[in-house]
Design a protein around this ligand. Structure first.
Ligand SMILES: O=C(CO)COP(=O)(O)O
Length: 253
């Protein structure tokens, strides 16, 4: 049993209007009550962030954005910056999700700027990494993870490295109903931790590494029982308050 605090995050992706987001948080808050032994996070779409920050204020639920620009301000049509998120009391930000990488061309080079930028504005970054099905079949999983983790964390000040959260999300498991086996997930997550230890041993011991990809109430306990898996980044199952609360509960035991 590690002394790292479990971390369960719901990525709502491009789901929920402001009204629907409000409904979801109001359903979730009483279910998770005053849980203190798990960090619980939801990441609503940008437009609902302010409303959900206000609704969740004083509760056990932290509110994260799903993306953030690498610059503070400027001619970047359609982007949202760190100072804008910090101003409305957002607590953190998901960075480099595979959908951002695949659909919007985000690169490791860009993430190298975004991760320390989030920390600069007091936002906890969740850096997402993970291989495609082809890469796994070719035996390239570790090479891909090494590249993503080393580039993504390269410019983080060593004394702040332990604050970063890393999410291992194999792309073939996202939204497919296919989950990595607990052993596959443990192996990859342990490899990610070793990479962080390569920067700084102590930070690698402290950093939370999550698993994401079709995690749900039914498979959460087996995944979370693995020694290096400190939590989950949950898509589909986070859109249902009871399913998400059940995963939080699984992280407590
Ligand atoms: O991408 C994910 C979380 O960021 C995982 O999504 P699913 O849980 O829907 O597979």
């Amino acid at each position: 049993m590690s002394d790292r605090k479990p971390f369960i995050a719901g990525n709502w992706k491009m789901n929920n209007t402001i009204a629907e987001s409000e409904e979801l948080i109001q359903a979730l808050l009483p279910l998770v009550g005053a849980v203190e032994d798990v960090d619980i996070v939801v990441a609503p779409p940008f437009l609902a962030l302010q409303a959900i920050v206000d609704s969740a204020r004083g509760s056990a639920v932290g509110v994260y954005a799903q993306n953030m620009a690498e610059k503070d301000a400027g001619a970047c049509t359609g982007e949202v910056s760190g100072p804008m998120l910090a101003e409305i009391d957002v607590h953190g930000v998901i960075l480099g999700h595979s959908e951002r990488r695949q659909l919007f061309g985000e690169t490791d080079r860009l993430l190298q700027l975004k991760v320390p930028k989030a920390l600069e504005f007091g936002l906890i970054p969740i850096l997402c990494v993970g291989e495609t099905e082809e890469e796994r079949e070719r035996g390239d999983t570790e090479r891909k993870l090494r590249h993503q983790v080393q580039e993504g964390l390269e410019k983080v000040p060593l004394e702040r490295l332990h604050e970063v959260v890393v999410a291992y999300e194999p792309i073939w498991a996202i939204g497919t109903g296919l989950t990595a086996t607990p052993e596959q997930a443990q192996d990859a997550v342990a490899f990610v931790r070793a990479l962080v230890q390569g920067f700084d041993k102590e930070a690698g011991n402290r950093v939370r590494v999550l698993y994401g990809g079709s995690m749900k109430a039914e498979n959460a306990a087996d995944l979370l029982a693995q020694p290096d898996i400190d939590g989950g980044l949950i898509g589909g199952a986070s859109l249902d308050a009871e399913s998400f609360a059940a995963i939080v509960e699984a992280a407590r035991s």
